[in-house]
Design a binder for this molecule. Structure first.
Ligand SMILES: Nc1ncnc2c1ncn2[C@@H]1O[C@H](COP(=O)(O)OP(=O)(O)OP(=O)(O)O)[C@@H](O)[C@H]1O
Length: 304
């Protein structure tokens, strides 16, 4: 993929809240048409990174371009054209509880296309509802009437309202049961393929990483310490990465993936050995996260 077009480019990003430095010298490229998984221990700043890329958080320093347009320090009104080209599924879905599903989906349409006739807005909303696998009668329902999985789908329908080219997903499968999570993974993969989307996907879910991500970016030590395929990452000598992918959950995820593929069980080491790394990594050997992977896996709500 050398020379692939970067849809998102982050350089030298620094974010802090008071004394707490979240990112320092963070670089990241997201390539056109890929599903990039973003992982890291709790509090490493995955959501803050996403919020900064989409312009909801102003960093102390750094440069970010999305579709070649700078997003930092621009008023929402200035960046309208580029904002229309992405959709966001926030953690937990972030639906407006007083609006129906269809009204939630119509929110971005109202924001960007005020003059759109109501009938057309309704039609687009119903189409997006069905597209995300919700029953057609989900449109008039309120979020409180939906299951967790349905809420995620409604949030995804809203994220797709403007036919985006780029999708930001913040922990889309958190809190879903394994079957619901696997179904949601497949929905993302099939939408990505059908619509040719580029996807920035924050997750703690190893099954999601194995099932649908083309590459994975690892956040630790205030930076993206490595980016690559899982095989490439596993081949790196970094304690957090090793523990994350080769810990109990990592091994279970590999076994599940192999079972789906009808392959004999193998180990993460064997996986890595098949692909000697050429990772585009900034693997630095810094490892202040220590046992974060394990702690993270234990504390994570995802049940897979
Ligand atoms: N608006 C804010 N004001 C102050 N601190 C904040 C703010 N937003 C985030 N933080 C802090 O920044 C750090 C990174 O938060 P963030 O939500 O990005 O972590 P994360 O990697 O997404 O974590 P998790 O995996 O638990 O969701 C945390 O310590 C958080 O408390």
């Amino acid at each position: 993929m050398a020379g692939a077009e970067n849809i998102i480019q982050v350089r030298g990003l620094r974010n802090s809240f008071g004394e707490q430095v979240i990112h320092d010298g963070l670089d990241l490229d997201v390539r056109k048409g890929e599903i990039l998984g973003v992982v890291g221990g709790s509090g490493t700043g995955k959501s803050v990174l996403m919020r900064t890329i989409i312009g909801l958080q102003t960093p102390d320093a750094g440069e970010i371009t999305v579709f070649g347009e700078p997003t930092i320090g621009r008023e929402a009104t200035e960046a309208t054209e580029v904002r229309k080209r992405w959709g966001v599924l926030f953690q937990g879905g972030a639906l407006f509880s007083t609006l129906t599903v269809a009204e939630n989906v119509a929110v971005p349409l109202r924001e960007f296309y005020r003059d759109l006739p109501q009938a057309l807005m309704d039609e687009i909303a119903s189409y997006k509802v069905v597209m995300t696998g919700l029953p057609a009668d989900a449109g008039p329902k309120y979020p409180a009437e939906l299951s967790g999985g349905m809420k995620k789908r409604a949030g995804l329908a809203r994220a797709l309202a403007l036919d985006p080219e780029l999708l930001f997903l913040d922990e889309p499968t958190a809190g879903l049961d394994p079957i619901g999570a696997a179904a949601f993974d497949q929905l993302i993969a099939s939408l990505q393929k059908t619509l040719g989307l580029t996807v920035f996907l924050i997750t703690h879910d190893l099954d999601t990483l194995y099932a649908i991500c083309d590459r994975v970016a690892v956040l630790a030590d205030k930076k993206v310490i490595a980016v690559g395929t899982i095989d490439e990452l596993i081949a790196l000598d970094h304690p957090w990465i090793e523990e994350y992918f080769k810990g109990p959950r990592g091994r279970a995820a590999i076994a599940a993936k192999d079972e789906v593929a009808g392959m004999a069980p193998r180990s993460a080491d064997a996986d890595a050995a098949r692909h000697p790394t050429e990772v585009e990594a900034h693997a630095t050997g810094q490892h202040s996260q220590g046992n974060a992977a394990d702690a993270h896996a234990r504390g994570e709500a995802g049940t897979r």
